[in-house]
Ligand binder design. Sequence first.
Ligand SMILES: Cc1cc2nc3c(=O)[nH]c(=O)nc-3n(C[C@H](O)[C@H](O)[C@H](O)COP(=O)(O)OP(=O)(O)OC[C@H]3O[C@@H](n4cnc5c(N)ncnc54)[C@H](O)[C@@H]3O)c2cc1C
Length: 259
Amino acid sequence: MVEVQTCQTMAEAAASLGEGARYLGGGTIVMRQVNYGDQSFHRIVRALQPERGVRGDVQGLRIGAGTTMADLLASSEVRFLHPVARQIGGPAIRNMATLGGNLFAQNPYGDLAVALLALDAQVVMSGGQAQPMERFLAERGHLRGLVEAVSLPRPQPGTFYFRKVSRVKPKGVSVMSLAGCLRSGDPRVVFGNMGPAPTRARAAERALAGGLSEAAISAACSVCTEGLAPADDALASAWYRREVAAVHLRRMLDSGASD
Ligand SMILES: Cc1cc2nc3c(=O)[nH]c(=O)nc-3n(C[C@H](O)[C@H](O)[C@H](O)COP(=O)(O)OP(=O)(O)OC[C@H]3O[C@@H](n4cnc5c(N)ncnc54)[C@H](O)[C@@H]3O)c2cc1C
């Protein structure tokens, strides 16, 4: 039997968490765990007023953890994220699935987290402290507290790229997903489902640091799996993922930016 505790704010919800409790965002993963009889928690904590929506100012963008994929699709501030949100589940999932939940989603999920790592987002916890996505992803299994929001710089037009590779269309989950934010001098290339969490392809980033020339793209493709650790699963083997990663990196870069 799972008990449900309802709080007003994220701060109250964070304070109510403890042994055997699980926070409920949109519930697309948590409620499935309940239905499958997951015994690792017996209490669900929810907040009636999570931070929800997109706010932009001169500093950049702040997106509340309670923002759903449908909310992102309705916001013109984050048009560059529409190709990401549009490819997450079907309409029913997109109405429920939150940004906060996506940051904790395990493979084969977490497509938005892949994009946010490429965009150099900071994760703001309910206590107000912020940390870079990369550190957050490394520590997310042991974190205390709740995610309140993410903040990120607005990408320059024409610099953000995203590609989801799935066997089933339009609602299939990712064999891998890729995102790039190709700022000149400081490019980011990120793969999802090519390791336990979204991972930067640092060798490919170095190859693209001088710009998107044909030689740089070829060099990036030839080293893009360095440092990645894909696994075998029901969707694809680790071998297959390594073999096709360069093909999809090239396709992502050839197909142009998402914004
Ligand atoms: C049929 C189906 C298809 C899907 N397809 C995709 C897909 O294509 N791509 C994809 O990326 N995902 C997919 N998902 C997974 C999931 O829907 C998304 O990852 C979604 O964004 C998870 O968010 P949620 O709010 O529903 O998470 P929840 O189920 O509410 O929570 C998931 C986890 O995150 C934690 N959590 C939630 N919010 C916070 C917070 N603010 N602070 C701290 N912890 C928090 C919860 O405690 C829980 O451990 C799919 C799921 C289903 C069922």
